[in-house]
Write a protein that binds this ligand. Structure first.
Ligand code: MF3
Ligand code: CO
Ligand code: CO
Length: 266
């Protein structure tokens, strides 16, 4: 396995794929309300990706080694679900928090991004977890430039999460992305600054911290996909796709509705 450096032409395709994935999130936002089922959100996103965008939903039938094919087109992870929640008959209710994770394939290139949504009136604790997790993603992104190390990203994220009293999920990580959904390198959301792979201009990977309000331990549900917190504490995640440049980074998963970066970045 090795890390591919993308050419300028490939980077342009990845900008398009990233924007399209983000635009699915823009499209679905007004539908994330009390009473909607996660299955309905999946159906709406599927139809938008296929019929409006001319994209392939990458999750549908995705089957990495050791997994059965993923049965839906998006991931919907509610409350104590950490990631890979499978859409179904479950109705969202006021106070829930939900991560919607979208991955499209356009012209053979992958775009992958996720956001947190507060359904109706969320608790102060739920809002704080979602905010701190957004900051964790951004403090990770802010480390990216040619010559930095992967460990700089993980270290910054872990420090920010733990300072807030939260914990970082260890078993899942960010990933290189391009013509394949999951490529090298693995981008850990914890670690030690100055360690790991040295970043080079032209690398593209995701930063997608999963942050638990309680302990870091996870459990996999019997569906073979859904990951939950073992202690049932709330969990949140945000995901962007990032290009390494000589002087810093470019976020590729950007659309009109993308939440701006925090003021303290760069
Ligand atoms: N989109 C997820 C990620 O960020 C992967 C989901 S795999 C699926 O890496 F099969 F569950 F869709
Ligand atoms: Co990803
Ligand atoms: Co994703």
């Amino acid at each position: 396995m090795s890390i591919t450096l993308k050419t300028p032409a490939e980077i342009e395709k990845m900008r398009i794929a990233g924007r399209l994935a983000a635009e699915v999130l823009d499209y679905i936002t007004p539908h994330v309300v009390p009473g909607v089922t996660t299955g309905e959100l999946d159906r709406l996103c599927h139809d938008y990706m296929v019929n409006v965008q001319g994209c392939i939903p990458a999750p549908l039938n995705y089957a990495p080694p050791g997994y059965k094919p993923y049965p839906k087109s998006i991931c919907t992870s509610v409350n104590h679900q950490i990631c890979h929640g499978i859409p179904g008959d479950k109705q969202l209710k006021s106070g829930d928090i939900v991560n919607l994770d979208i991955t499209v394939i356009k012209d053979g290139w992958h775009g992958d991004t996720s956001r947190m949504f507060l359904v109706g009136d969320a608790s102060i604790q739920a809002k704080r977890l979602c905010e701190v997790t957004f900051e964790c993603m951004w403090t990770g992104i802010a480390q990216v430039r040619a010559g930095a190390h992967l460990g700089d990203i993980g270290s910054a994220i872990q420090r920010h999460a733990e300072k807030a009293g939260y914990s970082v999920v260890r078993e899942f990580c960010g990933h290189g992305i391009g013509a394949k959904f999951h490529e090298d390198p693995q981008v850990l959301h914890y670690g030690k600054a100055g360690t790991g792979v040295r970043l080079e201009a032209g690398m593209i990977f995701t930063i997608e911290p999963m942050i638990n309000a309680g302990k870091p331990a996870i459990r996999e549900l019997a569906d073979g996909w859904t990951i939950v917190t073992k202690d049932h504490s709330l969990s949140a995640q945000w995901e962007h796709m990032v290009l390494v440049t000589e002087t810093g980074f470019e976020v590729l998963s950007v659309s009109a509705g993308t939440r701006p970066q925090p003021d303290w970045v760069k």
